[in-house]
Design a protein around this ligand. Structure first.
Ligand code: ADP
Ligand code: MG
Length: 436
């Protein structure tokens, strides 16, 4: 898992400190942002969103606290480093565009390159390419006053990208646009994140924008109230890929979740994990359904994990046609799926009870599902290995090695394929058993 590219630690920004009109714009905000994330900073007007964004950009110096971007503490940069940072590491987009009215569109986009002293020809080419990409090449020789709001914002996005920075910061970028232009700009941001892999931080107070984010930082009164992972963002194709998700993906995603949720209570984490649990459980069992059938089943599974529906209802709804609110499977598959789900969840529950008994029953279960032929001695080892993993004293690789190693070397002597499958199911059960 990558390191954060932005670390904001206990950031406070206080205006008019010590005076009667003192304002705590930011009151101890800590946030970590990872490369290629699409982050939305969300909250009501005046809650400190812009101040946080400007803190990250280095335009606003902290009263207290630290901001580290791409490994550098902004407060400790020399003037020269700060200039370099603004030119090459971050690109900014504002609600009010801030284009220079006396320069053409093309020259506005070239401006950050002019500051870097680059040659005229390549810099005009780079700028033109961005204008073409955003559908405003024809406006290249016009002046900002001749453009619509949406076009101006596309120019300012091109300007933010022209030096190819890793991080794009946008403060209410569609706040001044009509809905069609706003959509166009939001589509561009999505592409910059998805295709160009830029880390993107957008400030907004519009709840309709939240669907675009990987993670949402909720703010109020100068404080971060919570962080939320947007589980619905991922497109259906990603779901299909996840059917073949490897155990590594399960555990690294879990790690990300844990890290992101460290400021929430355990109970909140438990609830937030349910959609993720549903996805992983489904991915584990399903192989040959279409996207629609998988999507519908995932929703049903969430309902089941939230205990809104029981096992018989889950089975019935999986079998039911789409137009009747079902997942369009067939009876046999629906029954065997529900059965399997129930058995897996029972293992997770057993492990949450008395651990020794839980481990013994879990091992018997694994041996039966995966047709493992273990003699008494190997069964004891098998249990000891699983116990180590359940207690988190070894990681999944350590477990797989032990299961795979030959009996005479102290391992469980499983075939490689079996060891992999068993480990994968154990990781899933560990996720499922995680609760507040
Ligand atoms: P948001 O972007 O969420 O609307 P801001 O970060 O712009 O909020 O502002 C947060 C708070 O700080 C507001 O109460 C605002 O009035 C105050 N504030 C922002 N800039 C200044 C300033 N230069 N002087 C005094 N107060 C300020
Ligand atoms: Mg603002």
């Amino acid at each position: 898992m990558a390191e954060p590219c932005i670390k904001v630690d206990q950031l406070r920004v206080i205006y008019n400190k010590g005076k009667s009109n003192e304002v705590r714009s930011l009151d101890g905000v800590s946030v970590e942002i990872y490369p290629e994330e699409y982050i939305i900073i969300y909250g009501p007007s005046g809650c400190g969103k812009s101040t946080l964004l400007y803190g990250i950009s280095g335009l606003q110096a902290p009263t207290f606290g630290d901001v580290v971007v791409l490994g550098k503490n902004l407060a400790q940069m020399t003037k020269r480093e700060t200039v370099e940072f603004h030119q090459t590491s971050i690109g900014m987009v504002f609600q009010a565009f801030y284009l220079i009215e006396t320069l053409t569109v093309l020259d506005n986009v070239c401006l950050p390159k002019v500051f870097r002293g680059e040659d005229l020809k390549p810099r005009r080419e780079a700028a033109m390419e961005l204008l073409r990409r955003f559908g405003i090449a024809e406006q290249a020789e016009r002046f900002p006053a001749q453009l619509s709001g949406g076009q101006k914002q596309r120019v300012s996005i091109a300007r933010a990208l022209v030096n190819n920075p890793e991080i794009i910061l946008a403060d209410e970028p569609v706040g001044n646009l009509d809905s069609e232009s706003a959509q166009n700009v939001l589509d561009i941001f999505k592409e910059i994140n998805d295709v160009d892999k830029k880390t993107l931080i957008m400030v907004t107070h519009n709840p309709e924008h939240l669907v675009y984010a990987d993670r949402i930082i909720h703010m109020k009164d100068g404080k971060k109230v919570s962080e939320e992972i947007n589980h619905d963002k991922r497109p259906k194709e990603a779901l299909i890929k996840e059917v073949a998700a490897t155990p590594e993906e399960i555990s690294s995603e879990l790690k990300l979740l844990m890290r992101t949720f460290k400021n929430l209570s355990l109970q909140q984490v438990g609830v937030l994990l349910i959609p993720f649990k549903a996805k992983q459980l489904l991915a584990h069992i399903i192989s040959e359904l279409n996207e629609e059938q998988i999507g519908a089943a995932e929703n049903l599974l969430k309902e089941f994990l939230f205990k809104n529906i029981d096992k018989p209802a889950l089975s019935e709804k999986l079998d039911l046609d789409f137009d009747k609110g079902g997942a369009g499977w067939n009876k046999l598959r629906a029954m065997s799926f529900t059965e399997r789900t129930g058995r897996i969840l029972a293992q997770a529950e057993a492990l949450n009870g008395d651990q020794d008994t839980g481990v013994i029953s879990f091992c018997d279960y694994l041996a039966s599902v995966y047709h493992l032929k273990l003699d008494d001695e190997v069964m004891l080892r098998f249990r000891a290995f699983i116990k180590l993993r359940v207690e988190n004293r070894i990681d999944r690789f350590g477990l797989e090695q032990r299961l795979d190693a030959p009996k005479r070397l102290g391992g469980a002597g499983l075939y490689k394929g079996s060891a992999e499958k068993v480990v994968r199911e154990i990781e899933l059960v560990m996720l499922l058993k995680y609760s507040a």
